[in-house]
Design a protein around this ligand. Sequence first.
Ligand code: GLU
Length: 600
Amino acid sequence: MRRTLVVATLLASSTLFLVQGARAEEGSLFREAVGGGGGVVASESPEAAEAGLEILDAGGNAVDAAVATTFAIGVAQPQSCGIGGGGFMVYRGADGEAAALDFRETAPRAITADAFQGDGIYTAYTGHKTVGVPGTVAGMQAALERYGSLGLDEAIAPAEGLAREGFEVPESLSESMGENAGRLELFPAASRQYLVNGGLPYEPGSVLVQKDLAGTLAAIAEEGPDAFYRGEISDRIVEDMQRAGEYPGDEGLLTKEDLAGYEAKWREPVRGEYRGHEVLGMPAPSSGGIAVVQMLNILEGYDLGKMGQSSADTLHTLAEAQKIAFADREEYVADPDFADVPAEEILAEDYAERRREDIDPNAAEDSYDPGDFGGRRGGSGGGDNPEGSTTHISVIDAEGNAVALTCTIEQSFGSGVVAPGTGFLLNNELTDFSDPGAANEPEPGKRPRSSMSPTIVVRDGEPVLVVGGSGGSQIIMGALHAVVNTVDHGQDLAHAVDAERLDAQFPPELILEDGRVSAVAESDLISRGHVVASEGEYSDVPLVQAAGVDPDTGERLAVTDPRSGPQASAAQDTTPAGLPHTGGVPFDGCLAISGSAPPC
Ligand code: GLU
């Protein structure tokens, strides 16, 4: 049905595309950016965005606001992110200082390379064995210590209030509860927290109060990260691990030593240059920054602007660049503390030039060999969830400090496990490891490879794009499209996030939001050998959230992906730049709501 409608739309609009030089058409769910002279927060959750806004209004900086938003989104969107998970942050200060923070989960000491081979509950990505040591609490503490102005207790306060008082369950959470009810029911504490009336999801609009989570957050606020990694919370997690094993493959591996040994790590960001812009990305163990910058290096050899945004030439070139980047990613990218990741070689200009020669402008390749850089190889297999869950937060404050932060518990509702009394979901991040023998194989203390791609693009000293998204291994193209749309196609923030996307990680399939691609361009792609998997106007993932300084007006803007659904929000602090923060305006959730939502 969707396909029929899409084709009808295509035919009706194809003349327009030809006249417009194949510029992406505005989508039916297009939402404007919000903005002003003060700081902005982009987040999928209005409650979380509001928490960040409160902090900005109270005089906090971008890092303070990002931390408060992260804690709050763990309450309001518990299926995607939380203190039971981990993530990555890319920071750029108004003074130009840049840093990358890795608070990815780590494997327990008892892990073996073949831990996830064979049958068992792991095949459903569920249960204790999939849980890595969570990194979020240590990561937020590290971020505040280096760049924040608040204490952990102040940054946690809005989240604790939200957990204690509750919030109205949006449709997306209710749906996700329903889809995961079978998994949650395996673990009584999870079932009690997220299901009602004998296994049903909370209805949209009903209020979810999380008392155990409020208590856990209060303990962290009072005692600091030790409450989590060494104190009562760690005891509860480990007790639950020891009780586990009721189902095949559900053995809990985490110990007190694993938790006490966790460390968030500052890393050097991936740095790229793209048509006069500086690009900052997340280094390994994420594959996101390397892949995005590698693709940009390849794409710099083509005049994408002239080729046209929605043209077959541009879409074909993006697809082939992705296949090359993914060949190297599969082969080489893993935790750099365990594997030799040849990031410098992959990102060298002359390597990009060589790889451009591999691209046939008229024919899609089914596969490209990875570059030959020596080191540890072995292909990967497994480890890539093309959907996943996760959520992204982008913040710019009034001074121009910028934060791109993506956090996750991996799959929607993570492992499904809540240790009794703690009130939060434990991640299933260890499912991001690959098969034994791969650079990304499971090893004790190692961090699984990620696709998360928090990215900052700087033009003339201003962060014009602060972006990232959710959607498993499709995140990478979500970030790339936003960069290319901004830089090559001159789109403003809202249109750069709205425009059609593709993903070519499963060749010859080309996942394509073809609802806004002309019929002529689509058949041209097919004639070049792409097997188009039609996603219609908008696909379910990736979900991209972005902020950016408008280069013309200096306004700070934020936008959420129209694909994130009507509950998604972007908050705005209207305090003019350069003035002290004195309260701002109350958050108005209507600001960023479009689509089927009533007009404000
Ligand atoms: N665990 C995934 C990763 O780190 C993210 C999952 C998702 O986005 O949905 O790449």
